[in-house]
Design a protein around this ligand. Structure first.
Ligand SMILES: NC(=O)c1ccc[n+]([C@@H]2O[C@H](COP(=O)([O-])OP(=O)(O)OC[C@H]3O[C@@H](n4cnc5c(N)ncnc54)[C@H](O)[C@@H]3O)[C@@H](O)[C@H]2O)c1
Length: 379
């Protein structure tokens, strides 16, 4: 399928960001318009998903100068410093950066927010296994501070209009074959003590907290379950497969496969995913979780590598191949789901979520974006 978004071929990293922001502000235009004149706080806004979550409302402001702007506050612990893209936006009068650890009580200077997004958690398996307790604290204690804030704001007569908690497709664990593709109603097949449990179980408990704050206190809390998002903003050092492949390709090295490459996934380009997140934040039902991803194609990691190699060849004359390597992380593949693929009917029918960017186009944009963004701190 060739889409309108694909017909405009992109040639450098800046073009890609511009094309993607155009696409997001068009397809989430109604939702961003609902945020007009409102204060939006994005916790974890310096991270991968923050890259477009933060830039999209600022791009919407620029495209709609006659409408009241969306005021964006990014709250992040900036453990690895403020990323360059965010430093470059610092002079934007509608953006405020607050350095804060979400596991601590919220800072008073936060003020009255209308919309909240909780994306402040380590998301890369390589890194959450190194910091399991911090990961749990962010998803449980950090979430609790935000939910209590929503309750206090309601009691003070300045209610929050929407809050989005980032859960994960990992809450399903390693689904049984008859539950793939996976709908939101699947209850999960998850280890509570394995090396990924710090992440999976804290997301599960986080969802339970959200559902009960929504029900007991009548608060507009919604949840997203992302399925393998990738693309601009995901640091080349993140440790997830697509940036790892990009790193190999751009260095002219063979692609090093750290597993047997048989795990099957669908991969959702971040511009499509961010549209989904804004739709949930604004129009999602309270106390409800929505899968955000794509349903096809479900491909193995080897197939993904081969597609990346073909694009690397076309874009940069890459001549590498796939070779087998060993991860220094002994738990690299422990409890790693063998298949992961969502059913997205709920978001499609309730919210009009309709991802359009194909895997080849998304990979192409990612590789070009990485070619302009090769430098990143080792996370
Ligand atoms: N990217 C995906 O495909 C994916 C899939 C499933 C779930 N998610 C969830 O989406 C959210 C965002 O993911 P991402 O890929 O952008 O992650 P990321 O690691 O790139 O970004 C997370 C951001 O949160 C900040 N952060 C972490 N702990 C913090 C704390 N205690 N206090 C304040 N800031 C803190 C980090 O500094 C970083 O800027 C996470 O909750 C993640 O679990 C992402």
């Amino acid at each position: 399928m060739t889409t309108a978004a694909e017909t405009r071929r992109v040639t450098n990293a800046a073009d890609i960001v511009e094309t993607d922001l155009d696409y997001i502000t068009t397809h989430a235009g109604n939702e961003l318009a609902r945020l007009s004149g409102r204060h939006l706080m994005i916790a974890g806004g310096a991270g991968f998903l923050g890259y477009y979550l933060v830039q999209a409302p600022l791009a919407w402001n620029a495209a709609n100068p006659s409408l009241p702007p969306i005021e964006v506050t990014v709250l992040d612990n900036f453990v690895r410093g403020v990323p360059t893209w965010l430093t470059e936006l610092q002079s934007n009068e509608h953006l405020r950066l607050l350095t804060h650890d979400i596991t601590r009580p919220l800072p008073v200077e936060l003020g009255d927010m209308h919309y909240l997004v909780h994306a402040a958690s380590i998301a890369s398996p390589i890194f959450y296994r190194k910091c399991p307790i911090e990961t749990m604290d962010a998803n449980v204690n950090g979430l609790r501070f935000l939910l209590e804030y929503c309750l206090a704001q309601k009691q003070a007569g300045t209610p929050v209009e929407g809050m989005l908690f980032y859960s994960s497709s990992e809450i399903y664990g390693d689904p049984t074959p008859d539950s793939i593709p996976t709908p939101e109603t699947y209850r999960g097949y998850v280890s509570c003590t394995g090396p990924r449990a710090c992440y999976d179980e804290s997301k599960r408990y986080g969802e339970t907290l959200c559902v009960n704050f929504a029900r007991q206190h009548g608060l507009p809390i919604k949840m997203a379950r992302p399925f393998n998002n990738y693309g601009p903003g995901l640091k080349i050092t993140d440790g997830r497969v697509i940036p790892d492949f990009a790193r190999n390709i751009l260095a002219g090295q063979d692609i090093v496969m750290l597993s047997d490459g048989s795990a099957r996934r669908t991969y959702c380009y971040v511009a499509d995913a961010v549209i989904g997140y804004y739709k949930i934040l604004v129009n999602g039902r309270s106390g409800e979780a929505y899968n955000v991803g794509v349903e096809t194609p479900e491909i193995s990691v080897i197939e993904l590598a081969n597609r990346a190699i073909a694009l690397g060849k076309e874009l940069f004359g890459y001549a590498g191949r796939v070779v087998r390597g060993e991860s220094s992380d002994k738990d690299y593949v422990v409890d790693n789901p063998s298949r992961r693929c969502p059913i997205i009917t709920k978001a499609r029918t309730e919210l009009g979520y309709d991802p359009q960017i194909t895997i080849d186009e998304g990979l192409r944009r990612s590789l070009v974006w990485y070619s302009g963004n090769r430098a990143a701190s080792e996370a």
